[in-house]
Write a new protein. Structure first.
Length: 406
């Protein structure tokens, strides 16, 4: 790596990186190929504040500093250092240009924007990269081109959804309902998905992938099948006719999830969906049904990583060892306990106690007291071992989607 000359510095685009981009992904320094990357001096000061944190943010800050230290040995970062063989340059901007009148406050965000504006006024094709929405809004208002850092973004629409929707003749759905199982080759001619250009592309089914069937002549006539593991057959899928530990599926995606969660032959199920689509509620309900109702397992383990995701475990009461076991970390296990509480409240409401006329008054009062106790402080089956998991709401709503795949 060598220090570039003036012509190298003025060629290509110039990307000014916000602190949050480097904290999000330290490798962002090297993701702009043959262009110039400018790091405002205030970004180094912010990295210095974050480097002592004992989490992913602190780790990323330290990694960025190590990257810059290695570049420092190859040249003067104030003048710019070429890090690849085709002009990619990283430079630290030492100047503190005057801020526009609109940026009154002397804060890091405004100073970073000022650096980018100064580079643009010098004739560079400048782009400010920031994950801060407000920074992008202010930059755009000042006439500065700005973009989000999207190198690691995941488009949920492009992920494996666990099912496909196809249109078939009504006879195929009829045979499905009559035989309960049909050869995969019967569906193969109809298994097509829409490509990026709108064309129909043939596709294959993965093991345990679902197919939503719609009659070509009547869209209200539908069917749901699942490829049976890695066999060459698909089987009919019906939603549970009775509540699963007090919970009923509210849409076809939750029906798929329950079908896989309750199938003992499927050893691993992953659920993907936005908050409130019922992922935790369905998983806990299926686990409780298998453990308590069917007595197929001795205990139910619910776990979540203790790496910081929002609140650090250090904010919770108790010693670290006990918090790791969730003995004192009520906040970490609260979502799963809420799912169990919701089921018990449903059961209590569906089975009013103490209204039978042939019960003595004392028994009726005792029954009402037990029901009130279930509402206020639910008791858990002794066979269930609770650990911890995620933090989204747990009402099974018929909104958005809940992915099921096995």
């Amino acid at each position: 790596m060598n220090a570039p000359d003036e012509s190298d510095r003025n060629s290509g685009k110039l990307f000014v990186l916000d602190t949050n981009v480097l904290l999000h992904n330290p490798a962002a320094l090297f993701m702009f190929d043959d262009n110039t990357v400018v790091i405002p001096f205030v970004v180094l000061e912010e990295l210095d504040k974050f480097k002592s944190q004992n989490d992913d943010v602190g780790r990323n800050a330290r990694e960025v500093i190590r990257h810059l230290d290695r570049l420092r040995t190859a040249g003067n970062l104030g003048k710019g250092v070429t890090w690849n063989g085709h002009g990619g340059t990283i430079r630290i901007e030492l100047s503190s240009p005057d801020r526009p009148a609109a940026l009154i406050a002397d804060e890091p965000d405004n100073r970073i924007i000022s650096v980018a504006l100064a580079q643009q006024h010098q004739g560079h094709r400048t782009i400010l990269i920031s994950k801060d929405l407000n920074v992008r809004i202010k930059s755009d208002a000042l006439g500065l081109h700005t973009e989000d850092f999207e190198a690691q973004k995941v488009d949920a629409d492009r992920l494996y959804s666990g099912y496909v929707s196809v249109t078939v003749p009504g006879d195929v759905i009829n045979s499905l309902y009559n035989e309960k199982q049909i050869p995969l080759e019967t569906l193969q001619p109809h298994l097509k998905v829409e490509g990026e250009s709108g064309e129909a592309l043939a596709t294959d089914l993965f093991a345990n992938q679902y197919v939503q069937l719609r009659d070509a002549m009547d869209e209200s006539y539908t069917g749901l099948v699942r490829r049976l593991a890695e066999t060459d057959h698909v089987i009919t899928v019906h939603g549970p006719r009775k509540p699963i530990y007090g919970i009923m599926a509210r849409n076809v995606q939750q029906t798929m999830a329950f079908d896989l969660l309750l199938d003992d032959e499927v050893k691993l199920v992953t659920l993907l969906g936005t908050a409130g689509t019922g992922k935790t509620l369905l998983a806990v309900a299926a686990g409780m049904a298998k453990t308590v109702t069917e007595d197929r397992y001795d205990k139910l383990l619910v776990a979540r990583p203790i790496m910081p995701m929002g609140r650090d475990i250090g904010y919770l009461s108790g010693r670290q060892g006990r918090k790791a076991l969730c003995l004192d970390a009520a906040d970490l296990r609260q979502p799963h306990l809420s799912a169990v509480h919701a089921r018990r409240r449903v059961a209590a409401c569906r089975k009013p106690v103490g209204r039978a006329t042939n019960q003595p008054a004392a028994q009726q009062r005792a029954a009402r007291a037990r029901t009130a106790h279930v509402h206020s402080r639910p008791q858990y089956p002794p066979a269930v071992h609770h650990r911890c998991r995620s933090t989204e709401p747990h009402a099974a709503r018929g909104q958005d989607h809940c992915f099921a795949g096995g």
